[in-house]
Design a protein around this ligand. Structure first.
Ligand code: FE2
Length: 231
């Protein structure tokens, strides 16, 4: 059977995140390569999201999430940001994340925790730690896939630039959710507390910002085919 592109991406993601340590890196490279070629047409993203008029409607959430697939292994979905909006600075505890822009332009600001994350996360909240800032990365549809891992660039903020923007997001393992109630990974938000010099900053845990919320739309792209034999 010939799979549609998004099903091929999902198949490779499932393969990657169930790989042995010997094959993980090569499978991740294949996944990145498939994502590099992924476009808004592959997920049939509705053109309304690319118009500014949608985002000016009263009561429209500033961010839309379209879930494509979720199980205990991974989450795959689409985030769409209104103009001049951002996903607040947040973490992905012990997770991998892949980002591919589908339309528009985004700015990714990311940090790597300076110390061993496992020791930091055992502290009582609010979390407070040093982190090294990476150069800002501007991404468009032609930009290759951005990857964060359990250590490198694990904390990030994603901002729309010059209009609305959408990106495909794969996370593994997933955050805790209704579909994954036994999963303890929660999303924590941060603010930059102070600049310690060079590219080193002190980050401090905060409550979820009240200016950020999202609505959800149904996925209307090609049916995602699951191949259970792979997992
Ligand atoms: Fe994220």
């Amino acid at each position: 059977m010939v799979l549609n592109h998004i099903s091929t991406v999902l198949r490779q993601a499932r393969l990657t995140f169930t790989s042995s340590s010997e094959t993980f890196r090569s499978n991740l490279e294949i996944l990145k390569h498939l994502l590099d070629k992924t476009t808004a047409a592959d997920v049939n993203l509705h053109p309304q999201f690319m118009t500014e008029s949608l985002w000016m409607k009263p009561d429209k959430a500033p961010v839309t999430y379209i879930g494509i697939y979720e199980n205990e292994l991974l989450t795959m979905g689409i985030f769409i940001l209104s103009p001049d909006m951002k996903l607040p600075l947040h973490d992905h505890p012990q997770m991998y994340g892949l980002i591919k822009v589908l339309f528009g332009k985004i700015k990714v600001t990311s940090f790597t925790v300076s110390d061993d994350p496992s020791s930091i996360y055992s502290n009582d909240p609010p979390l407070n730690f040093k982190a090294e800032k990476h150069p800002d990365e501007f991404m468009e549809t032609v930009t290759t896939t951005c990857v964060l891992d359990p250590k490198q660039r694990n904390i990030h903020e994603i901002e729309s630039v010059e209009g609305p923007a959408a990106f495909l997001d794969i996370l593994s393992p997933p955050y805790c959710s209704r579909e994954n109630p036994n999963n303890t990974r929660k999303c924590t938000y941060f603010k930059v507390l102070e600049h310690l010099g060079g590219n080193v900053f002190r980050l401090n845990e905060i409550n979820p910002p009240n200016w950020y919320w999202n609505d959800t739309y149904l996925y209307e792209g090609p049916q995602v085919v699951q191949q259970k034999s792979l997992v």
